[in-house]
Design a protein around this ligand. Structure first.
Ligand code: FMN
Length: 393
């Protein structure tokens, strides 16, 4: 349980604390965003263009229902943790994310580039969805997903939107290949500015080793992130036939992440996907794509109830979740919000973020006169005329 001093009131306050706690290069890798950051900023800004149409009167619901389900798992609020590699953020790592999400009654996506083994993370939260990129040959991909299945993963997420763009106008942090003596010496000045961060790691058993254990070949030690990045860059992107093959191999609940167009959403229906996430990778991929919330209404219209539509990108408060659900999302996934919570206060900080979102959803439902998240509809939102300009159908 977070002490009163460690509890934070908003996601923005969690971000400020993350900036204070983390060495600059770690903080910058969480803020991320590519090139000018057009998409990164639009993901957040687009939510503030949407307005509510609340009733003003009596008969507001005394209690509100937030429980829903995603990919076959019941969750206590329509928000889950999106997969991210949480290298070097906090010694509790993905286990801390899993624990915080479990205490909040919700699920998490675990990146195949995570810093902790899927077995340990699934033990902390059985509502785990394992995420892969298209990297390596089919046998290698199968080995990775079978390991996740044995560990108890309840669903598979395949992320489509990554095109290896590099370069940020505000500068990319130099991410070391591994934590050897030379790296420690190079990073020492940064460490000195954040002694609390370094101490936290030393007390936790040592500095982050920057490996990706879920990408290891059977019986081999965990490779480094850059060790497997090359394999990924050399793998041709998947075709729809490849995705249909993966869907069939997995068999269970299957989410395609990174869909921004109605025609592609329909193709996900065709391959038998259970769910999609309308997403532009949090503005970390192609800069200049619209905010994901701008693409949501057309995608939701195109697929109706044929699959579960999720959204991620720019969620910072409960009212953002309500806007997304009203415009057709079954639930949303969050990335930076919980990473900042983790940096600020470990698993308690992750739970703190989910609790803030829960409170925000609840009070927005009350204001809108909606007894349940399932009652939200587009009539609750005023969408400006130009909101979806440039979004392709
Ligand atoms: C530091 C960082 C690492 C990420 N790593 C992954 C990843 O390994 N796999 C993936 O599918 N998405 C990854 N994402 C994207 C998130 O899953 C999600 O789409 C995005 O963060 C949502 O936007 P938000 O941060 O504004 O909530 C990452 C995002 C960040 C910020």
């Amino acid at each position: 349980m977070a002490s009163t001093r460690e509890w934070f009131e908003t996601v923005e306050e969690a971000r400020r604390r993350a900036r204070r706690h983390l060495p600059r290069s770690v903080y910058l890798s969480l803020v991320a965003g590519t090139e000018q950051g057009i998409t990164l900023r639009d993901n957040v800004a687009a939510f503030s263009e949407l307005r509510f149409t609340p009733p003003h009167g009596a008969d507001l619901p005394a209690t509100r229902q937030l429980v829903t389900s995603v990919l076959g798992q019941e969750i206590s609020l329509p928000v889950i943790a999106s997969p991210t590699g949480v290298q070097a953020v906090h010694p509790e790592g993905e286990v801390g994310v899993a624990r915080g999400a479990a205490e909040a009654g919700t699920a998490l996506g675990l990146s195949s580039f995570a810093s902790m083994p899927v077995e340990d993370v699934a033990a902390a939260n059985p509502k785990l969805f394992f995420q892969v990129y298209w990297s390596g040959d089919n046998d290698t991909i199968l080995q990775r997903i079978e390991r996740a299945r044995r560990a108890g993963a309840k669903a598979l997420i395949v992320t489509l939107d990554w095109s290896f763009s590099t370069g940020r106008d505000w500068g990319s942090p130099a991410i070391p290949e591994k934590m050897d003596l030379r790296t420690i010496v190079r990073l020492a000045p940064e460490g000195l500015t954040r002694p609390g961060y370094v101490l936290r790691w030393l007390r936790g058993g040592g500095l982050p080793d920057l490996t990706v254990p879920n990408m290891a070949a059977p019986g081999e030690p965990a490779p480094t992130f850059f060790g497997v990045y090359g394999e990924w860059m050399q793998t041709p992107p998947p075709s729809w036939a490849d995705l249909a093959w993966l869907r069939q191999q997995w068999g269970g609940p299957f989410l395609v992440k990174g869909v921004m167009r109605a025609d592609e959403a329909r193709r996900c229906v065709d391959i038998g996907a259970t769910a999609i996430s309308v997403s532009n990778h949090g503005g970390n991929n192609l800069d200049g794509t619209p905010a994901s919330i701008r693409a949501l209404p057309a995608v939701a219209d195109a697929v109706g109830t044929q699959l579960e539509v999720l959204l991620d990108g720019g969620i910072r408060r409960g009212s953002d979740v309500v806007k997304a659900v009203a415009l057709g999302a079954r639930a949303v996934m969050i990335g930076r919000a919980y990473l900042w919570g983790l940096a600020a206060n470990g698993s308690a900080g992750v739970k703190n973020v989910f609790d803030l979102l829960r409170d925000g959803i609840d009070s927005t439902l009350l204001a809108l006169g909606r007894p349940s998240v399932h009652d939200l509809c587009p009539d609750d939102i005023i969408v400006p005329a130009e909101f979806a300009r440039g979004v392709s159908n």
